[in-house]
Design a binder for this molecule. Structure first.
Ligand code: GRF
Length: 248
């Protein structure tokens, strides 16, 4: 079976990359894609170290915006990349690439969208904005990427409670735990063609069965239980698991 070839772009520690690697390893032959490349705009990114430790090609790309577009384009082509996963990548990817990869490029954002997204709203800043707003729920959002920051169609969001006395750090840790469980499952679903982007910009089908299918993230539960909640709320397509992603 030919699986879509996935590139992960990451600027930071790469804990989401690690979650993805671990999830695919656990799925074994049932994984719907292969992570073949990790690219970072920071030579010292933990994500690159994690990639090398997993025997995955790790490359550094230059950080200027125009150069990033050209250079990235060449790297993606050289490695025959079918799907791009942004996992904490802080650069805006050029419109040439987002257009080329429409419906094949996804991102995880650590807060609800569109309310807590957009340029400059990353990392601690997103959590700070959530806390300042007084909302009682935050949580990771996974979305398809278009040429505008945090703007593409939302695939999945997991509400994570904001607690009395939370600061940026405590909220970030809770949300990150939810990300690590949600993001790999969404990547798997997109690579499997379970969820795709239609020409009208909407999803082919919702990731979760219905709005009530998934309980809010409960930090008291262990990862295995939370993972089962996600799996129960997401119903895979009943038909074959052959990918609908056009493979080069
Ligand atoms: C995560 O919070 C993610 O939501 C955001 O960047 C962070 C990346 O963390 N897009 P890591 O590098 O995966 O640990």
């Amino acid at each position: 079976m030919t699986r879509p070839r996935i590139a992960v772009l990451a600027s930071g520690g790469g804990s989401n990359l690690q979650a993805l690697l671990d999830h695919f390893k656990q799925l074994g032959d049932a994984r719907a894609g292969d992570i073949v490349l990790v690219a970072s705009d920071r030579p010292d990114a933990g994500a690159l170290r994690r990639a090398r430790a997993a025997n995955i090609r790790a490359v550094t790309i230059i950080s200027s915006f125009t150069a990033l577009g050209d250079e990235l384009d060449a790297i993606l082509e050289r490695h025959s990349i079918d799907i791009i996963v942004l996992a904490g990548f802080l650069q805006l990817v050029s419109a040439d690439i987002t257009r080329l990869y429409v419906g094949r490029m996804l991102n995880v954002h650590p807060a609800p969208l569109p309310d807590f997204g957009g340029s400059g709203m990353y990392g601690k800043r997103a959590h700070r904005a959530v806390l300042a707003s007084g909302v009682r729920m935050s949580g990771p959002t996974v979305h398809f990427v278009d040429e505008i920051y945090d703007h593409g169609a939302v695939i999945a969001h997991w509400p994570v409670p904001v607690r009395e006395g939370d600061d940026e750090q405590t909220l970030a840790e809770r949300v990150l735990r939810a990300e690590h469980l949600l993001f790999p499952r969404v990547v798997q679903a997109v690579a499997a063609g379970d969820v795709s982007l239609r020409a009208d910009g909407r999803l082919s089908r919702p990731f979760f069965r219905d709005d009530a299918a998934l309980p809010p993230f409960d930090p008291a539960l262990d990862d295995a239980t939370l993972g089962r909640q996600l799996d129960a709320a997401h119903v895979e397509r009943a038909t074959n698991s052959e990918s609908q992603i056009p493979i080069r």
